[in-house]
Design a protein around this ligand. Structure first.
Ligand code: NAD
Length: 471
């Protein structure tokens, strides 16, 4: 009998689990809890419950608002418990985990209270449009921000009148499972079902005959598999996928003033953010000065277990990702790159790597062209700004991009030329909250999350010709 604490799935308002797998704490490399591996019968039960719950849930917007307000209160009342679980499974510093759980409550509150027009006239009195919920939404989340990513999906999906079957990453299922159990009292049975397991459980969700829509956040390669899986049945889909965001520094930048923000735009959450800056383009004339300033910031950052004092960066989340990031680092160095800051493992246990800044990285290196999703960032020297913009726009990734200058309008003129989903001026990976849509171009995704535009992804637009009826 295992001594690890077991967590349960939430299916049809009850706690469920039959087979289990262990979840590793990335700061210790040791298992700390167990999560269920959903069986086919359990997955079917979740969809049957969601399908049944849809009947009442989809037609009572007031009940939805009341339930969601209660859900936000429940999350707020359990911030400490959820944040501690998040630190254990994800690795992030406690303060960041607390911020993530507060953000989760804020997202649920926003979608509970956001005003949704009952109908909109296209031709006053004659033609109107309304928004119908789709049915059961399969929501699949990654391991970098597991709890808030869940809310990014279930909050708008539920408010729009859908019911949900949600699956967290097998690396970080625990806080989401606990969240599901806590919310059993807030929502009617079957409205929000949380199932856990490996990638194959995600595949089963995307192919389930009851699934009306898949809302997926994860890697570009898995996103392509999801797109193929939903094609046969033409299920609706949103894909929030990988990024390789550029930060483009212009030659008039105030380096001392910008260095901290530029550093954290790249190293936020240890670089494990879809929309973090993943390559920094710097004019040749100030290349050395920018590298020195960023290296200074890196040297002052404390790396360690998320529950230790003063830690700003925790471990990389899992062994596979740790190996991938180190592999990209080693191959860049083998190709001639210089380690300007960091580059070393921290301690003997845990997937810790110092925040690492690379200079003189040869063009064509994987660390520039691919998504590293970890604490190693290349600085790329340039002399031709148009060539940089062309390189960014020719990249398969198109999540976001930032431009940095002492003259914000000069930066904006460059930013407006980037064909990406989000442009930031003198900042990166900024998030002003649940009302701001977020999404990517090309391989970075299809559709948006957040804001009313994000909520509308979970609806079918219906046009009504009244022909004399009181529209
Ligand atoms: P991943 O694609 O390996 O896994 C994401 C989720 O999908 C997990 O729950 C996994 O079990 C499931 N899954 C994997 N293969 C599947 C398949 N074929 N069908 C259905 N489900 C499947 O991604 P990850 O490693 O957990 O997360 C990191 C990636 O996510 C990075 O590329 C990052 O950029 C991206 N991401 C994007 C956004 C965004 O909003 N654009 C946000 C966060 C993370």
């Amino acid at each position: 009998m295992s001594e690890l604490q077991r967590f349960s799935m939430s299916i049809d308002g009850g706690s469920v689990g039959s087979e289990y797998f262990s979840v590793i704490n990335p700061a210790t490399e040791k298992p700390f809890a167990e999560a269920p591996s959903a069986t086919k019968d359990e997955i079917d039960a979740a969809f049957a419950a969601a399908d049944k719950a849809f009947v009442d849930w989809s037609v009572d917007d007031e009940a939805r608002q009341i339930a969601m307000r209660k859900a936000a209160e429940v999350v707020t009342a359990h911030v400490d418990e959820l944040a501690a679980l998040l630190v254990s499974e994800q690795g992030k510093p406690l303060a960041d985990a607390i911020g993530e759980v507060h953000g989760t409550a804020a997202w649920i509150s926003y979608f509970a209270d956001v005003e949704i027009a009952d109908k909109e006239y296209i031709t006053p009195g004659e033609v109107a449009q309304v928004r119908l919920p789709l049915g059961v939404v399969a929501a699949i989340t990654p391991w970098n921000y597991p709890v808030i990513q869940a809310a990014w999906k279930f909050a708008p999906a539920l408010r729009a009148g859908n019911t949900v079957v949600l699956k967290p990453s097998p690396y970080t299922p625990i806080a989401t499972l606990r969240l599901g159990e806590l919310l059993q009292d807030a929502f009617p049975a079957g409205v929000l079902n949380i199932v856990s397991g490996g990638d194959e459980v995600g595949v089963a969700l995307t192919k389930h005959p009851t699934t009306a829509m898949v809302s997926f956040t994860g890697s570009t390669s898995a996103g392509k598999s999801v797109a193929k899986a939903v094609a046969d049945d033409l299920k609706r889909v949103t894909l929030e996928l990988g990024g390789n965001d550029p930060a483009i520094v212009l030659d008039d930048i105030d380096i001392a003033k910008a260095a901290e923000d530029l550093f954290w735009g790249a190293f936020v959450n240890n670089g494990q953010v879809c929309g973090a800056a993943k390559r920094v383009y710097v004019p040749e004339s100030i290349y050395g000065a920018v590298a020195d300033a960023l290296a200074d910031v890196a040297a002052g950052v404390k790396v360690g277990a998320g529950d230790a004092a003063d830690v700003r960066l925790g471990p990389i989340n899992n062994r596979a990702q740790y190996d991938r990031v180190n592999g990209l680092l080693e191959s860049a160095v083998a190709g001639g790159a210089t380690v300007r800051a960091g580059g070393n493992r921290v301690g003997e246990d845990g997937y810790f790597l110092e925040p690492t800044i690379l200079t003189d990285v040869p063009a064509g290196s994987a660390i520039i062209d691919e998504e590293q999703f970890g604490p190693v960032v290349p600085l790329v020297s340039y002399t031709d700004l148009d060539a940089v913009i062309a390189e960014v726009n020719n990249s398969k990734y198109g999540l976001g991009g930032s431009v940095w200058s002492a003259d914000a309008n000069r930066a904006l003129a460059v930013g407006r030329r980037l064909r990406v989903g989000t442009v930031y001026i003198n900042g990166h990976a900024i998030n002003h909250g649940p009302h701001v849509p977020f999404g990517g171009a090309r391989w970075s995704g299809i559709g948006v999350e957040n804001g009313l535009a994000g909520l509308e992804e979970y609806t079918q637009r219906q046009i009504i010709y009244g022909n004399g009826a009181d529209l």
